[in-house]
Design a protein around this ligand. Structure first.
Ligand code: FES
Length: 170
């Protein structure tokens, strides 16, 4: 067994509170070019961008609500709902695809019965694509939270999912 999933800490995001978001926003300059940084900061803090922040950001940056919504929905990296304790990202870029990540992705989606950007609540896993993890020589790669798994095979994938399932009961 890989037995490495036990070392993966669960995500510990703060609960979303608009008052807290509003107070954190005061730490930023309201120049429009800071919008992406602010969104990344909120996602790192809360795990996602709740749509209730849109009017607040529109006022802060002097942009329309549609413009803020457009930025959040254009970049797929921005989640619009709270992720699971484990965020599994599988590489879809060229080197990993050449080494079988498409097949692994199909197997993952089937095993979890979800598509990208969805969560399997029972497994407590959110599935996301990623485009190159900078570890192409050891393709195919995936990450679970901050843990990297390389040269992943179908058998490894089954073990990883099994160990994550067992970790729920530890
Ligand atoms: S293509 Fe997957 S790590 Fe670079």
């Amino acid at each position: 067994m890989l037995d490495r999933t036990h070392t993966i800490p669960k995500n510990r995001f703060e609960d979303w509170h608009l008052e807290k978001v509003s107070s954190l926003l005061k730490n930023f300059d309201n120049e429009e070019h800071n919008l992406i940084d602010v969104l990344h900061f909120f996602q790192r803090t809360f795990g996602y961008i709740d749509k209730e922040v849109i009017p607040l950001l529109a006022k802060f940056f002097n942009l329309s609500r549609a413009e803020i919504h457009g930025v959040i929905s254009f970049y797929h990296d921005f989640r619009q709902s709270k992720p699971a304790s484990y965020i599994l990202k599988i590489c879809q870029a060229e080197s990993c695809q050449a080494m079988g990540s498409r097949k692994l992705t199909t197997e993952l989606k089937a095993a979890l019965d979800i598509d990208f950007h969805e969560t399997n609540n029972e497994a407590d896993i959110t599935l996301e694509p990623v485009y190159c993890l900078g570890n192409c020589s050891c393709s195919p790669n995936l990450t679970i939270n901050s843990q990297l798994f390389s040269r992943v095979t179908s058998d490894h994938l089954k073990q990883i999912l099994e160990e994550l399932k067992n970790a729920q009961h530890d």
